[in-house]
Design a protein around this ligand. Structure first.
Ligand SMILES: C[S@@+](CC[C@H](N)C(=O)[O-])C[C@H]1O[C@@H](n2cnc3c(N)ncnc32)[C@H](O)[C@@H]1O
Length: 236
């Protein structure tokens, strides 16, 4: 109980009271019930590969705070099975498509994406520590011959500043950041779609800011639940 209280205090210190009240419902649930953690144990994704993509890392636990974004969420991942289902739902079969995971953390989505015929697999992560872990994970997978690793591109930067490639895209978002960064990301997507009309599918798990896509003239909603949402570019 004391640990939980300390956790909540750190949360409020980091995000402020208003954002904490708005954003923390799912996180508090996770801290109390450890649902993702239990699902992860059953998943055994890392055990099979020797990688480290598990666990939850709060932003204030990361050493490099100098370039921390204003509204970055903690690191956690979905089970590999759920990531696979979402990639299948987005019809990730086209070999000219580039997968971009915004807020890629330790790189689990990237490792699952290598099972699909993406042209390139891009991870964008602000934290140097998480980015380094993702690099190691991708290298481990390459050594064990699981991946054709030229496809991977790992970038340590703020997702708000990321310039999207001009190929068709699958953009993966697992509740990575708050409204301020999401507004930049959606504006960047609208700009690139206006310049290069093409198929862009957005997979948004835990879509707290799905309204940005639902209200954008550049996207239409394919499916939306509380757990995840799929959006598709209007112009092709
Ligand atoms: C919930 S985790 C998702 C990790 C990964 N996409 C996955 O599903 O396995 C969110 C990640 O977004 C990162 N993040 C938050 N804000 C960011 C930003 N502005 N730019 C890049 N990464 C960000 C966090 O550090 C964290 O690793």
């Amino acid at each position: 109980m004391l640990a939980f209280a300390r956790h909540c205090a750190s949360f409020v210190r980091y995000y402020g009271i208003v954002a904490s009240l708005r954003e923390v419902g799912p996180l508090i649930r996770e801290v109390l019930f450890r649902t993702e953690e239990r699902a992860e144990r059953a998943d055994a994704f890392d055990g099979r590969r020797g990688t480290d993509t598990s666990g939850m890392v709060m932003p204030w636990e990361l050493k490099d705070q100098s370039n921390a974004p204003i509204d970055g969420n903690p690191y956690a991942s979905l089970t590999s099975g759920r990531i696979r289902e979402l990639l299948v739902a987005a019809e990730s079969g086209a070999s000219e498509t580039v997968l971009v995971d915004l807020g890629s953390g330790k790189g689990r989505v990237l490792l699952v994406a290598q099972e699909f015929p993406f042209k390139r697999i891009v991870g964008v992560e602000w934290s140097g520590e998480l980015h380094a872990i993702a690099q190691t994970n991708v290298a481990i997978a390459a050594v064990s011959g699981q991946v054709p690793d030229a496809r991977f591109e790992l970038l340590q930067m703020d997702a708000a500043a990321y310039a999207f490639p001009t190929e068709p895209l699958v953009v993966f978002l697992f509740n990575p950041f708050g409204a301020a960064t999401m507004a930049h990301v959606v504006a960047n997507l609208e700009l690139t779609l206006a310049a290069y009309p093409r198929r862009v599918i957005v997979i948004y798990a835990n879509p707290l800011h799905g309204d940005f896509f639902a209200q954008s003239a550049a996207f239409r909603t394919i499916a939306a639940t509380r757990a995840d949402a799929l959006f598709e570019s209007v112009a092709r």
